[in-house]
Design a protein around this ligand. Structure first.
Ligand code: IPE
Length: 264
């Protein structure tokens, strides 16, 4: 059976989150190698990626997730333009790596087609279903316009994952590639003794630690919430370690791999 896979490349995986605009090109390349393998085997792939240090640091500095503030609106509007352009730059690195491997890419920056934030954002995701074979559509977490006085807000890649996976009927797999763990852990991954949860049901307690230092969207909590929403519709929803991208092929061929399967 060929699969249609929606995959999120977390911003903490493809960039060094603590250092402004620092891509992890070796990781991007190894994930793109894997995506090219999946496509050569007849599967189709839709890519969503996060921001990491191409978005969160400036967004945090200028409180962009809270929308327009009267006291420094001018600096905020400038920062919005910079983050939008930085996100296109990061996306072009992903796209270049795929093209170097013989794939074609088409990029849809959300600031051009989406409005409002959260998983009920306004925007038609059906275009992601129009590409097959060698062509890989790409989108990413971005700063979008919002209704009302706030003017702009941050649309997370996790919300894009939810809408694309739920609204495109042929999606068989939805995979979140993480930067710092094998999947969802029972404690924050850097703590000693933290163990991989192999099967996670919505509502089950996990001790998490949200990095509010850098992260302006929801961290692992938002991912888990969106993943459980998706799992009501898509059978195979997984959190996998993006430093071991070969686990993607393993999942498609063997039906399982090291990671967390999310069940609705
Ligand atoms: C955030 O998108 C977008 C911006 C900050 C502009 P995500 O929420 O998908 O990004 P990561 O994966 O946490 O970096």
């Amino acid at each position: 059976m060929v699969a249609k896979v929606v995959v999120k490349l977390g911003g903490g995986l493809i960039t060094d989150k603590s250092s402004i605009k620092t891509p992890r090109l070796d990781i991007i390349d190894s994930i793109c190698d894997e995506i090219s393998n999946l496509v050569s085997s007849g599967n189709s792939v839709i890519i969503v990626h996060g921001a990491g240090s191409y978005g969160h640091l400036l967004a945090k500095k200028w409180s962009l997730s809270q929308g327009l503030r009267k006291d420094f609106s001018q600096q905020q509007r400038e920062a919005v333009q910079i983050v939008r352009s930085d996100m296109r730059e990061l996306s072009s690195l992903v796209s270049k790596s795929l093209r170097d491997r013989g794939l074609e890419t088409i990029t849809f920056p959300p600031s051009e087609w989406a409005k409002n934030t959260g998983d009920s954002f306004e925007g038609d995701v059906s275009m992601f279903d129009s590409f097959h074979g060698n062509v890989v559509p790409i989108t990413f977490g971005d700063i979008v316009n919002v209704d009302g006085a706030a003017e702009f807000g941050i649309l997370s890649g996790d919300d894009l994952m939810a809408r694309i996976s739920i609204e495109i009927p042929s999606v068989t797999h939805c995979v979140f590639l993480l930067g710092d763990a094998d999947g969802m852990m029972d404690k924050p991954p850097h703590l000693e003794g933290s163990k991989l949860i192999k099967l996670w049901k919505s509502g089950e307690f996990v001790e998490t630690e949200h990095n509010t230092e850098q992260d302006v969207t929801g961290g692992i909590e938002l991912k888990a919430e969106r993943a459980s929403l998706i799992s009501k519709k898509v059978e195979e929803v997984w959190f996998i370690n993006g430093n071991c991208p070969e686990r993607l092929s393993e999942l498609l061929t063997d039906g399982t791999t090291i990671g967390t399967k999310i069940v609705g």
